[in-house]
Write a protein that binds this ligand. Structure first.
Ligand code: SF4
Length: 210
């Protein structure tokens, strides 16, 4: 993992590098102290991908689901966490979901927080999210337009560019260029479009460090 092994207590700080889908899951988890199975899978595997070990993942989820007693947690949740790390059942070592998979499969129902905001949020809700992230009116319209054309990942890429540009204080056009100038590896430089939430995270993490 790009950030090395991370601790359960690092996750809140690392939120700044997360794409909207994962930030939303994180915020709702903190707010409700609960996430349904679909959300725990999507977010849990993402966290595994950024470097949360099984031990730290168990700690993270036990603390996050603070309304559960340790007994309830062990009975109803710990197995699933171990399972997604390949330590139970068929011992499949599950990988984090790609954008395509999140966009195409298992659409969220009422009360669910998994999915892709560009695909699954209503237009007013997506606009509100963009405003909350200081995306200006021009870029918001651009992103909404891409969503209307069903180019969800391109919309996410644009979101990445405008928000990261603001964070590092350069113009959005230079975010990609800036990346290819850094010695951060071919995966980052060659990607044109966000294909994976973990790619979004890693690009952002490396950009801030460079
Ligand atoms: Fe997440 Fe991918 Fe949707 Fe971006 S395009 S919000 S990374 S699922």
């Amino acid at each position: 993992a790009i950030a090395g092994e991370i601790q359960a207590s690092d996750v809140d700080t690392l939120k700044v590098h997360m794409p909207l889908c994962m930030e939303h899951l994180h915020d709702e988890l903190r707010r409700e102290k609960h996430t349904r199975h679909g959300g725990r899978m999507q977010y849990g595997l993402f966290l595994k991908g950024i470097g949360l070990s099984l031990e730290q993942a168990l700690l993270f989820w036990q603390m996050a689901l603070e309304k559960k007693t340790p007994e309830e947690f062990n009975k109803n949740y710990a197995y699933n966490v171990r399972h997604s790390y390949g330590m139970e059942g068929k011992r499949t070592d599950y990988t984090p979901y790609s954008c395509k998979s999140i966009i195409m499969n298992n659409a969220p129902g009422p009360g669910d927080h998994h999915g892709c905001p560009f695909r699954h949020f209503s237009a007013p809700n997506l606009r509100a999210q963009l405003t909350a992230h200081q995306v200006d009116e021009f870029d918001t319209e651009d992103i909404i337009h891409k969503v209307q054309q069903r180019h969800y990942q391109i919309a996410c890429t644009r979101y990445y560019e405008v928000t990261r540009a603001k964070m590092v204080g350069i113009s959005p056009e230079n975010v990609k260029g800036g990346l290819s100038d850094t010695a951060t590896g071919s995966l980052i430089a060659s990607q044109e479009v966000i294909e994976h939430p973990n790619q979004f995270f890693e690009q952002s993490y490396l950009l801030m460090k460079s």
